[in-house]
Design a protein around this ligand. Structure first.
Ligand SMILES: O=C(O)CCC(=O)C(=O)O
Ligand SMILES: [Fe+2]
Length: 537
């Protein structure tokens, strides 16, 4: 294959398959809310459990009837004096006792035999926690955090929720859930939201719980009115204090933009107009605000940017694509962010998901000190796949090489494939893909090739706060950008985030191309800090 990229001789990465395999052998069991895959597995098993329980219940009911009948026949004997001496001397008593045993006992035996089979089911029930897992308080907490985050980003209509439908600012039309959220639920999700510093959602859920307390139409479990009002008062006060002290948003908290207290809300500092900042990097708060706006579906790019954008067919001169070029959509020119459509087929996408599913573990992020950490900034499950895990992957590598003109071989030119599945409100807050702690340029994540394996009906966009770009996942498409410039220096404009998934199943693949593996492929530029030459222009 004359087009094949020239390989560097030594692997660029010192992360051998052996070390990576260790990571894969001990995946942290993710909280169930962190991936739709695990929630679906759980549902499948729950269907089986419910069937067993229904069968058990029938056996128990039948047994109970037999036992009750047997006992009532015995009680009749007792009432006739079976407890007293000489009972059996009376011929009618002797007949009654014999009949009681002769006819009653076989029925009892039969019932007991059924119970015997039941013990196997009971054993299965008791083993379930250990073998496939049962949701824990931690799982419930992760789902509640997801709901609180969804409300923070998309303003869920909480009244609609109590009437069994989903509606939000993102999509105001109502989608029936068939299940109402009760006052008890609102109360507990609100409390949890305050515990994880999502103060705006906390107050809103608690307020909604109180509003619906007297609403008789809503079925609700008992919720303690006193503890609800107490919680709400405290949350309202804390909300304003946090806003005053820390501002309305950081990566670890959020509040409403205005204080809840009317007097405080009049303060000038809460009414300063913030201008959108594009093409340059502003404060972290500014970045997060623009992240949220983009997640809500806004396009922040000005006309002088959008008017130069275009779509076209590309092949990058590769024989693989000259005959059937791919559609490309340019989202931003400098720096370069593009979508390539139809990189992966429907069936291929499903195969990769299936292969990755068994390796899914809780996602983590790499900190400045190089350690990995699990936290609320990234809630999803990830699986690392090696090229030989599935026949789709070497083909995919080849496509990436042809399209970008890079070396995308695992260890030599790129990291292994990272497959990600999101769950309830699953997201990845604003971050940069090139690791800042890497001492060697060669390990820098030069380019990101982000492949969407699913469509996501609501939420789940990938957004770039400093470019004003937001992209909705589209199955089979790849979003491509370059994280570092020609000197291997971070391009901060490529900070990005994955918006919370509101409705649907989101699966993506990250393929990170190493800077170091591209010595022969990526030509140097005269100006050291020029944006990387764009192969697909
Ligand atoms: O899922 C997405 O849309 C983006 C994911 C991402 O940025 C990452 O995993 O680094
Ligand atoms: Fe990323």
């Amino acid at each position: 294959d004359s087009f094949a990229t020239v390989r560097t001789l030594r692997p660029v990465s010192d992360l051998t398959e052996e070390t990576l395999n260790k990571v894969r052998q001990v995946p942290l069991t993710p909280p169930l809310g962190t991936s739709t895959y695990h929630l679906t597995q759980l549902l499948e098993e729950e269907k089986g459990a419910a069937e067993r329980l229904r069968a058990m219940n029938e056996v128990l009911e039948r047994t109970q009837q037999v036992v009750a009948r047997y006992l009532s026949s015995w009680d009749a004997l007792v009432a006739a004096g079976a407890g007293k001496e000489g009972f059996t001397h009376h011929p009618v008593h002797a007949y009654a006792l014999t009949k009681h045993l002769t006819l009653g006992w076989p029925r009892l035996e039969e019932a007991m035999n059924h119970l015997h089979g039941l013990s196997q089911d009971i054993e299965w029930m008791l083993r379930r926690r250990g073998s496939s897992g049962i949701t824990t308080e931690e799982d419930l907490a992760s789902v509640m955090s997801g709901l609180a985050r969804l409300h923070d980003f998309y303003t869920l209509n909480l009244t609609a929720l109590t009437h069994a439908s989903l509606s939000s600012h993102l999509d105001p039309s109502s989608i029936s859930a068939g299940l109402p959220v009760t006052v008890w639920d609102l109360h507990h999700i609100g409390s949890h939201a305050t515990a994880v510093n999502i103060w705006n959602s906390g107050v809103d859920f608690l307020l909604a719980a109180l509003d619906h307390w007297h609403d008789n139409n809503i079925s609700h479990h008992y919720t303690d009115l006193h503890s609800l009002t107490k919680k709400l008062t405290k949350a309202t006060k804390m909300h304003d204090q946090v806003l005053e002290r820390k501002g309305h948003r950081s990566k670890s908290h959020s509040t409403h933009a205005l204080p809840l207290d009317k007097t405080l809300a009049r303060k000038k500092k809460y009414h300063r107009q913030q201008e959108t900042m594009l093409g340059q990097v502003g404060s972290s708060l500014q970045g997060l605000d623009q992240y949220v706006q983009l997640c809500q579906g806004n396009d922040l790019r000005p006309m002088n940017v959008t008017s130069r954008l275009y779509c076209r067919y590309v092949s990058n001169g590769s024989p693989l694509y000259v005959i059937g070029p791919l559609k490309m959509e340019v989202h931003y020119l400098r720096p370069y962010v593009v979508t390539l459509m139809g990189v992966v087929g429907v069936q291929e996408a499903q195969e990769v998901q299936k292969t990755a599913a068994v390796f899914l573990g809780e996602s983590s992020t790499v900190q400045h000190n190089g350690r990995s950490r699990v936290g609320p900034q990234r809630t999803s499950s990830t699986a690392w796949l090696w090229e030989h895990d599935s026949p789709q992957l070497p083909r995919l590598t080849q496509r990436i090489e042809h399209l970008l003109g890079v070396n995308a071989q695992q260890h030599y030119g790129a990291e292994a494939y990272q497959v990600v599945n999101y769950g309830v409100g699953g997201h990845y807050s604003v971050h940069h893909d090139a690791l800042s702690n890497t001492p060697y340029l060669q390990f820098h994540r030069f380019a990101t090739f982000l492949i969407y394996l699913t469509d996501v009906p609501q939420g789940g966009r990938t957004v770039f706060p400093w470019l004003g770009v937001g992209v909705a996942p589209q199955r089979g498409s790849a979003l491509v950008w370059f994280n570092v410039d020609h000197a291997g220096v971070w391009d901060p404009l490529l900070e990005h985030g994955a918006c919370p998934v509101l409705l649907g199943d989101k699966w993506v693949i990250n393929k990170w191309i190493f800077y170091g593996g591209q010595t022969l492929q990526v030509p140097c530029q005269l100006q050291p800090h020029a944006h990387v030459a764009r192969p697909l222009l």
